[in-house]
Design a protein around this ligand. Structure first.
Ligand code: BDR
Ligand code: CA
Length: 311
């Protein structure tokens, strides 16, 4: 099993990411930490606890992350994820409490005692991970890889070129991409091919368990934004975050390329953009495996298989 720490901001697609991580049986999840992003820290934390309760993962330590980005004001994505951050399904009340330490302390403690290197999977703004790297630089070598959802090569969803997770805390993303840790970047290029259609939602619902029902109800709500605002996706919703987990399970189902990636933190038009040197025109050493295509059918099948194993 791959030892991982998951840093997320649930979030509908974060929710399916957690279902895939736990249901696939491929991971030893050492902790879940929460970032503020899709909603406030209070709400993403509460959502993480509810989801872990739903999927029967009550023994996983959950740590509270930062309330806001390093330097900027908090922006949330309630226009996609609703007032709660997980609008749609009725979820169980949290059956357990978060740890008393912060996300940064939790990550440091886990990395210090672990005998194996740990992969970090961030699917929200990178505030917690950047803060950790600043506070505990000597533990950097204990990280095997960072497989993240964020950024894009040729498109944005917050500005024409900037994606939400990077745009929300660009300085944090800058620190992460400069860290020297191997990075897998699942940006909008791949996640807009990781589409979930109505028939896929019904497939998840047909599993008949509580997790499948919640996944389907979550996707029903999530799809509204995509149907109304992304008509070129033909009714599909871009299921971003599970890509960062799916790549760790089966990288062969994706297409990717090692690239040098920098993060624009000042640009007049491009603040928060991942500047991806896709054709290596700078000659700089690649710092990220940039994922740009996916076998969508296999992705859906993988989600189905994982959710089937959950309560
Ligand atoms: C990313 O932003 C959030 O709204 C989603 O959860 C995903 O992590 C997509 O841009
Ligand atoms: Ca997310």
């Amino acid at each position: 099993k791959i030892p991982v720490i998951i840093d997320c901001d649930p979030g509908h697609d974060d929710a399916l990411m957690l279902m895939l991580a736990f249901g696939s049986g491929k991971f030893d999840v050492k902790a879940v930490t929460t970032s503020a992003g899709n909603q406030t820290q209070d709400k993403t934390m509460s959502n993480a606890l509810k989801l872990l309760t739903l999927i029967g993962a009550k023994n996983v330590p959950v740590y509270r992350g930062a309330e806001k980005p390093l330097f900027r004001n908090l922006i949330i994505a309630d226009y996609v994820h609703g007032e709660t951050g997980l609008d749609g399904p009725a979820l169980p009340a949290p059956a357990f409490e978060p740890e008393n330490k912060s996300a940064v302390e939790g990550i440091a403690e886990i990395l210090s005692v672990s005998t194996e290197k740990i992969t970090i999977v961030p699917t929200g703004p990178l505030t917690n991970i950047a803060t950790f790297l600043l506070a505990y630089p000597h533990l950097k070598d204990r990280i095997e890889r960072i497989s993240l959802m964020g950024g894009g090569i040729f498109r944005g969803n917050m500005t024409p070129l900037a994606e939400f997770n990077i745009f929300a805390d660009p300085e944090a993303a800058h620190i992460v991409f400069k860290s020297g840790i191997p990075i897998t970047m699942c940006g909008l290029d791949v996640t807009h091919k990781a589409l979930v259609f109505q028939k896929d939602i019904e497939l998840l619902r047909s599993i008949g368990n509580n997790t499948g029902k919640a996944a389907a109800d979550l996707m029903d709500f999530f799809s509204i934004f995509y149907r109304e605002n992304r008509t070129e996706l033909d009714g599909g919703a871009a299921l971003h975050d599970p890509c960062a987990i799916a790549w760790l399970i089966e990288p062969e189902m994706f297409k990717s390329k090692p690239c040098f990636v920098d993060v624009e933190i000042n640009g007049m038009l491009t603040m928060g953009t991942t500047v991806v040197d896709f054709y290596n025109v700078t000659g700089k050493e690649p710092n990220a495996e940039v994922v740009y295509d996916i076998d969508r059918e296999r992705y859906i099948e993988m989600l189905y298989e994982a959710i089937r194993t959950l309560p």
